[in-house]
Design a binder for this molecule. Structure first.
Ligand SMILES: NC(=O)c1ccc[n+]([C@@H]2O[C@H](COP(=O)([O-])OP(=O)(O)OC[C@H]3O[C@@H](n4cnc5c(N)ncnc54)[C@H](OP(=O)(O)O)[C@@H]3O)[C@@H](O)[C@H]2O)c1
Length: 276
């Protein structure tokens, strides 16, 4: 990243916090980060933590940055875009992390002809372990793409998709995905308790098992399918459990759940963009 790159965050909440932490941890200077929010209290907390410049006026921040990250809730995006429209004549790169809001709508609210990268991060970003889908509109040049990638890699791993419609699939998979794993951990904990384990032990065993399984899937060089085959001995305990999952149509349950998330992501996008 160039020393002259100035990144402005609009919205100082959880995701902005994760991104700013990631950038600072990866060596980006906080003197080149600016932050605006409606809450002076939150801005003061962030200033104490990162020693960055803060604003309560989004337009003022926008005028001073080469990259602007829209980190407010989706329904606030149109308001913020209209606020900053007059102050982005220098054509900064716009990065939106808002769920469901289409880049075409953002571009329209910003007055047109803007380089926009739309992303779908997830909450493990708060620990630097995020998975983010990312897509660029046709106005984004290769230097800006690299820049966006570096910013998002600072909170985990980011993956380009070619078609913006695919971000709804990313939302259904990794965006909402952490909650699916939390549900699995909860269910395994409850089942462990039903089998006689102490709650605390059942929960810790579930969490550590999820962590260990993810690490193996990531680092062993084997596919999840191969790993499962390796730990499933014929007539053993794992086989008994896997067969029970399959009898209950586990894959179809997961597939239906992700389809529901995908459909809802598309609906939200249409709801927010129906002013055009
Ligand atoms: N958290 C996630 O897991 C996650 C994952 C993927 C994507 N996202 C997306 O990331 C975005 C931010 O999420 P978040 O969890 O960081 O939200 P958040 O914690 O609520 O942060 C948003 C911040 O923006 C402030 N704000 C409201 N109106 C504003 C305005 N007009 N100008 C400047 N700041 C304003 C809010 O203040 P008030 O609280 O006072 O309104 C709040 O401090 C959302 O669009 C969300 O869809 C989040």
């Amino acid at each position: 990243m160039q020393k002259t790159t100035t990144i402005g965050f609009i919205g100082a909440g959880n995701m902005a916090y994760a991104l700013i932490s990631g950038l600072c941890n990866s060596g980006f200077s906080a003197t080149n980060i600016k932050l605006s929010d409606t809450s002076k209290t939150l801005l003061s907390q962030r200033k104490t933590k990162f020693n960055l410049e803060t604003f309560t006026n989004n337009a003022q921040l926008a005028g001073q940055c080469s990259v602007i990250v829209l980190a407010v809730k989706p329904q606030i995006i149109p308001i913020v875009c209209k606020e900053i429209q007059a102050n982005i004549k220098h054509k900064p790169l716009i990065i939106s992390i808002a769920a469901g809001v289409k880049s075409g709508d953002i571009n329209r609210w910003l007055g047109g002809n803007n380089a926009i990268v739309r992303t779908m991060p997830n909450t493990p970003a708060l620990l630097g372990a995020g998975a983010t889908g990312i897509v660029a509109n046709e106005a984004v040049n290769s230097e800006q793409k690299n820049l966006a990638e570096q910013i998002l890699d600072s909170i985990g791993q980011c993956f380009w998709v070619q078609d913006e419609a695919m971000l709804d699939a990313v939302t259904a998979l990794s965006g909402s995905g952490p909650a699916y794993f939390f549900l699995m951990i909860e269910s395994m904990t409850n089942a462990g308790i039903a089998l006689g384990l102490d709650k605390q032990i059942a929960e810790k065993l579930s969490i550590q098992t999820a962590l260990g399984a993810s690490m193996m899937a990531d680092q062993s060089g084997n596919s999840p399918h191969e790993l499962r085959a390796k730990v499933t001995s014929k007539n053993g305990t794992t086989q008994a459990a896997i067969e029970s999952f399959q009898d209950q149509n586990f894959e179809a349950v997961v597939s239906h759940a992700m389809r529901a998330a995908f459909d809802r992501a598309r609906e939200i996008g249409f709801e927010l963009g129906d002013d055009g």
